[in-house]
Design a protein around this ligand. Sequence first.
Ligand SMILES: [Zn+2]
Length: 178
Amino acid sequence: MTETLLLTTLVLAIAAWASWYVIVAVRTHRRLAGVRVVICPETGKDAAVRLDWVDAAMATAADDKPDLRLADCSRWATRGRCDEPCVPQAAAQSTRVTSIVDRWEARSHCALCGKPVTDAPFIGHHAGLLSPDGRTTEWTDVAAENLPKALDTRRAICWNCHVAETFRREHPELVTDR
Ligand SMILES: [Zn+2]
């Protein structure tokens, strides 16, 4: 009887401990995961970074104050690792790529049909950008570090117009303008 009680207590304790780690991991992932675009304090140019959310989650779960650091930066490949002075910027929700795109979509209308520009990521439909040469691309095809400039300098286009323009470009023989 005592053994059963001990075993039950142990199982409950392990389950509680595991649940705590899962809760912290989910919360930390929601807060810190995802690509962010910061202005690199060393170069003054846009850089795409990822925070090390796994390390932060482990520290939080162990009741340590997490020492936020980067997991990756688009500039490291050419400049090597740095002292990560951009971490406070990267921690701000406003630097998330999804936040940047949300703000852009909220102020944009399609340059071709005038409709609001929105994403339907669950079915793989993303808003597009119109280049000066008439080519269109979905915003997800632009490297994150180039995205803020692309959103500022190119015209927005809705997904339907992006598909129509791509078809028109790739199959001009099949298109009849009315
Ligand atoms: Zn359109």
